[in-house]
Ligand binder design. Structure first.
Ligand SMILES: C[S@@+](CC[C@H](N)C(=O)[O-])C[C@H]1O[C@@H](n2cnc3c(N)ncnc32)[C@H](O)[C@@H]1O
Length: 212
């Protein structure tokens, strides 16, 4: 019923999160979305943007993916349903309310394949010893990427992987921080593709080790 009504007008539920202010779960045109005040977090434009990223990756040899920024779990659903990816995913999310929303509203649960950890992504990568085939960096507080995720300290911890997908910003495509990340990755044998204005907004960085 809600789905049908949402074709006539959007139906929204507001929830106070731990880190992202008030977030909204909105039924719109038959689809359920997760939005922060100024950005779509999951299942709306974000889905279209990350789909473009996935088309530029090689998922065929991936067996172990790290997702930094669970949100509503859109990436997990896309990987499993659209790409038939049925191997391991570790998802890191700082906001416990968002993890609960992913579970209750979008059916994203821990399982033998999916491990969800409530933790700061920087702390996780500093302590982590596991090697991942692909790391997806999708870390926003509302519409802003927190500054630690533009530092060499953070990115140095990701250089063991074979492929990286970075949802790098909204409306920013040539800032100094992004250039520094690209330099660091190039030094670590990655070939980088930068896609600007994806879905008319975001910049994506795709980095692949020269030998996969
Ligand atoms: C755009 S949403 C991610 C959407 C998600 N990738 C998906 O597939 O639906 C960004 C997420 O990053 C999380 N985040 C922001 N800062 C973080 C941090 N320091 N550590 C872990 N998660 C963080 C936010 O709480 C938010 O849920």
């Amino acid at each position: 019923m809600i789905r049908l009504l949402s074709y006539i007008y959007p139906i929204t539920k507001k929830i106070k999160s731990d880190y992202n202010g008030i977030v909204e779960i909105t039924w719109y045109n038959g689809k359920k979305l997760l939005n922060s005040k100024n950005a779509n977090f999951s299942y709306g434009s974000l889905e279209k943007i990350l789909q473009v990223g996935f088309r530029n990756l090689d998922l065929s040899n991936c067996k172990n993916i790290l997702l930094l920024g669970l949100g509503g779990g859109n990436v997990i659903k896309t990987l499993q349903q659209d790409y038939n990816y049925l191997h391991k995913i570790t998802a890191i999310e700082i906001d416990s309310v968002i993890i609960k929303i992913a579970k209750d509203e979008f059916g994203i649960n821990n399982s033998d394949k999916v491990k969800i950890i409530c933790m700061d992504a920087l702390d996780f990568v500093v302590k982590n010893t596991e090697v991942f085939d692909l790391i997806i960096v999708d870390l926003f507080i509302d519409d802003t990427i927190p500054t630690p995720f533009f530092t060499n300290n953070f990115w140095q911890h990701l250089t063991h992987t074979k492929q990286l997908l970075f949802n790098a910003a909204l409306y920013v495509n040539n800032n100094e921080s992004l250039q520094k990340i690209k330099q660091l990755l190039t030094k670590n044998a990655f070939v980088i593709t930068q896609l600007d204005n994806v879905n008319k907004t975001n910049t994506l960085l795709i980095a692949k080790k020269t030998k996969l």
